[in-house]
Design a protein around this ligand. Structure first.
Ligand SMILES: NC(=O)c1ccc[n+]([C@@H]2O[C@H](COP(=O)([O-])OP(=O)(O)OC[C@H]3O[C@@H](n4cnc5c(N)ncnc54)[C@H](OP(=O)(O)O)[C@@H]3O)[C@@H](O)[C@H]2O)c1
Length: 228
């Protein structure tokens, strides 16, 4: 396979929303789910987000547990997985959490729409920059580069809705894990696990449940394999 193994992880409400209509990165995960996500990140070579999540949430995408970081080091890995951002026009501030928390290898996929000044700043920070032609960015090519040039064998995707749906549409996803929190956000425009134009019923993506857990915090953990 010319791409890494890909897992999408999300925290969703019972009505399937991954944020409120305000789209400012509402907290959905419980304390226990945050620990699960930390362990999941530690088990991957890289963690990827889409442009809007990158710019609006400025996610850290780091492994918080020192024990987990040390475990990675004992295996000969860097303490932190690489961070991957996909955005046609990068507008990161030099002090952003995405760039500064870690340290972690930063891999950015963008287009010529990104200002040269921004590219210079990112180069100075030793980010690995890939300026690809065309928008939206070719995700098949992104995953090929991740595997062949960056030695990423296992990629965790942490949203958002548009990146998730594009990866699913292109058949680039192997597994999906969802923490379903006991709450409802509602709102027609609040994002869900998969955005984009959507699919008719006869082309719905089939999933196979491979694991589920009911937690004391009222949440449910669901882990699916994408059926081929
Ligand atoms: N609860 C959770 O687990 C969770 C996790 C993550 C995010 N979220 C939420 O999800 C929402 C963001 O989702 P979103 O759908 O608005 O944005 P997104 O998926 O984070 O980013 C999508 C953007 O990435 C860029 N992009 C470039 N090439 C692309 C490609 N080939 N495919 C897809 N995207 C490409 C595009 O922006 P440009 O054209 O500007 O480059 C596109 O608009 C936020 O509300 C955030 O809080 C929730």
């Amino acid at each position: 396979m010319n791409r890494p193994f890909v897992l999408i992880n999300v925290a969703a409400t019972v009505d399937g929303k991954i944020d409120t209509v305000e789209r400012r990165g509402a907290a959905i995960s419980s304390a226990r789910d945050k620990q699960r996500v930390d362990a999941l990140r530690a088990a991957f070579d890289a963690v990827m987000v889409g442009g809007r999540t990158l710019h609006v949430e400025d996610p850290r995408l780091t492994v918080k547990s020192e024990a987990l970081r040390m475990k990675r080091e004992r295996k000969g890995l860097s303490p932190q997985p690489a961070k991957v951002g996909v955005a046609s026009r990068l507008q990161l501030s030099p002090g952003s959490r995405f760039l500064t928390d870690g340290p972690a290898r930063i891999l950015l996929f963008t287009t010529s729409q990104t200002d040269p000044e921004q590219l210079n700043m990112l180069q100075a920070r030793e980010a690995h920059l890939y300026v690809l032609g065309g928008s939206p960015i070719d995700l098949v090519e992104v995953l090929r580069i991740l595997k062949e040039d960056e030695a990423i064998e296992r990629l965790m995707v942490e949203g958002g809705a548009t990146l998730n749906s594009e990866l699913l549409r292109l058949g680039l996803v192997d597994e999906i894990s969802v923490y379903v929190a006991p709450m409802i956000f509602g709102g027609d425009s609040a994002p869900t696990l998969a955005g984009g134009p959507g699919l008719p019923r006869d082309r719905a993506m089939a999933l196979k449940l491979i694991h589920s857990e009911q937690w004391d915090d009222g949440g449910i953990l669901l882990h699916y394999q994408v059926a081929r």
